[in-house]
Write a protein that binds this ligand. Structure first.
Ligand SMILES: Cc1cc2nc3c(=O)[nH]c(=O)nc-3n(C[C@H](O)[C@H](O)[C@H](O)COP(=O)(O)O)c2cc1C
Length: 185
């Protein structure tokens, strides 16, 4: 029988319309537990996920997002920033893989979220320096890699018209032959 992609991978997506319902604590913990299981260079686990679900902390995180992202992310029940440590914990030497590793941990969250019936949306549109301050993370030691919003998928009608049109579900992908090459010599 030919192998085919497990539909799960193509079903995950990054919505902009979120429901405001809070996420149960066990779901939140499960998301970050999935991140904890990601592989990393020397098993250094050089990631930090700083997040907020309510109160001034959540408002602070929302403020760090680009305006274009605030418009939709304001409804998401969980907002956060993923940081990558610049040096290895054990040796203090520069860790040039920490951004790769943090991305892997972030993907674990995205996949775990989809398995829980919720979705995530990562964002590069945020102010790095404001994010470090809002999260009390030393910007000399940590790179703010991406912001994220997580929650149940909401009604596109809650979005401004321009964004509503883009809320079609799945985004296109480059052809396989463009992104994966076998060396045959
Ligand atoms: C590092 C990163 C930065 C992104 N930045 C933004 C952003 O600032 N605003 C936004 O609306 N989406 C952002 N996205 C979401 C991507 O546009 C989205 O993942 C891509 O179009 C593929 O769509 P899919 O996740 O629904 O499959 C970002 C995603 C990643 C991984």
């Amino acid at each position: 029988m030919p192998a085919t992609l497990t539909p799960f991978f193509a079903a995950r997506w990054s919505p902009r319309a979120f429901r405001e319902d809070p996420l149960p604590l066990d779901q939140i913990n499960t998301l970050f537990e999935a991140a904890r299981r990601a592989p990393s260079c020397f098993n250094d686990q050089p990631w930090r996920f700083v997040y907020a679900t309510r109160g001034p902390a959540r408002a602070r995180l929302l403020q760090t997002l680009a305006e274009a992202n605030q418009i939709w992310a304001q409804r998401a029940p969980l907002l956060g920033i993923v940081f990558a440590r610049k040096t290895f914990d054990a040796t203090g030497k520069p860790n040039r893989w920490s951004e790769f590793d943090s991305g892997a941990a972030a993907m674990a969250i995205a996949l775990q979220a989809h398995l829980l019936g919720i979705e995530s949306h990562f964002m590069g549109g945020f102010d790095e320096s404001a994010a470090a301050t809002a999260c009390a993370m030393d910007p000399k030691a940590w790179t703010a890699m991406a912001a994220f919003a997580i929650g149940k998928v909401g009604d596109p009608a809650t979005l401004p018209e321009k964004l509503r049109e883009r809320e079609t579900g799945r985004s296109p992908r480059k052809p396989l032959a463009e992104v994966a090459h076998e060396l045959t010599d």
